[in-house]
Design a protein around this ligand. Structure first.
Ligand code: BJW
Length: 250
């Protein structure tokens, strides 16, 4: 793998960091075979988000929504973590940093499968289903029949335990994410188009305090101009290069 050269001032900041937060989006998983949402080949190409990822879509046609989530679950089941996931695990398990927190918008659980333990899932997890009325019923998504997803409580439907457009994020998870970002002295923003809120606002909490915020993304985003450094490389190469620099203390 070709690792990018890191500028000297970034290497110096990486050498001093103790508390790292890594905010990830769909681009983190794409080298594992999980598609992104936006852009060519993305999940929204040929699909309207309002037909698949809103509570209204589920109320209208729960079977259509579940069939789409089933298809994604099958793709995720076949996915394998890449070197970028492993670089974050190495940092969490190593001694170079006091704390490593992954805050992810991804619902695929790939960070945890790779071995990361300190992970906050902003948009839920696709492998879980829950009752739309929050009655307490929680199941494995694969055990839900797309054609008949009524909850045993009789009041709602079993739906993917993810955050759809127009729904609030779990306030506890969001508060923990914000607190973690207030304490971070280094932030990496990896593989997100930074157009979906409130997740897109999180890097600004650190950047506004003068913390070093590094973007890892082959493409620029609306955040780019506010961040300290941008590495225009895929997540695997960018994260391995950053992790090696942290571990070497330079
Ligand atoms: C690589 C790469 C490689 C490629 N390596 N990189 C303020 C302003 C405007 C609008 C709003 C606002 N505040 C709220 C809103 C509304 C809305 C919103 O943000 N809309 C915008 C789209 C306009 N937000 C919401 O509705 C949120 N809820 C909310 O605000 O509630 C308020 C409320 C409070 C209290 C009560 C009630 C309501 C919820 C948002 C939920 C988003 N859900 C989804 C689906 C999750 C479930 C599922 O997976 O099915 O989350 S949408 C989708 O987008 C998914 C993602 O997590 C999210 C972000 O996408 P992401 O990760 O950035 O992926 P992409 O595809 O966009 O980008 C991939 C990137 O990777 C690209 O940049 C590539 O270049 C890069 N890449 N290969 C590294 N190898």
């Amino acid at each position: 793998m070709n690792l990018p050269e890191l500028p000297a001032d970034l290497r110096a900041s990486l050498g001093k960091a103790r508390n790292l937060v890594v905010l990830t989006g769909a681009g983190m998983s794409t080298e594992s075979g999980v598609p992104v949402f936006r852009g060519p080949g993305g999940l929204w190409e040929g699909n309207r988000p309002e037909d698949l990822a809103t509570p209204e879509a589920f109320a209208r046609d729960s079977e259509k929504v579940w069939r789409w989530y089933r298809w994604r679950l099958e793709k995720i089941a076949l996915a394998e973590s890449h070197d970028g996931h492993r670089a974050l695990v190495d940092l969490e398990q190593g001694n170079a940093l006091d704390q490593v927190t992954v805050i992810t918008q991804n619902v695929d659980g790939m960070h945890q499968r790779a071995g990361s333990r300190n992970v906050l899932e902003l948009h839920g997890n696709i492998t879980r289903a829950r009752c739309s009325t929050h009655c307490g019923e929680v199941r494995d998504s694969l055990s839900v029949d797309p054609a008949n997803c009524n909850c045993p409580c009789g009041r709602g439907g079993l739906r993917p335990d993810v955050v759809w457009f127009g729904e609030g994020l779990d306030p506890d998870v969001l508060t923990r994410a914000e607190r973690t970002l207030h304490e971070a002295d280094m932030v990496w923003v990896v593989g997100t188009s930074a157009v979906v809120y409130p997740a897109a606002a999180l890097p600004g909490l650190a950047a506004g305090r003068g913390v070093c915020v590094v973007e890892v993304n082959p493409e620029p985003t609306p955040l780019t101009s506010r961040l300290t450094h941008s590495l225009r490389v895929p997540a695997s190469a960018g994260l391995r290069a950053l992790a090696l620099a942290v571990a070497s203390g330079s």
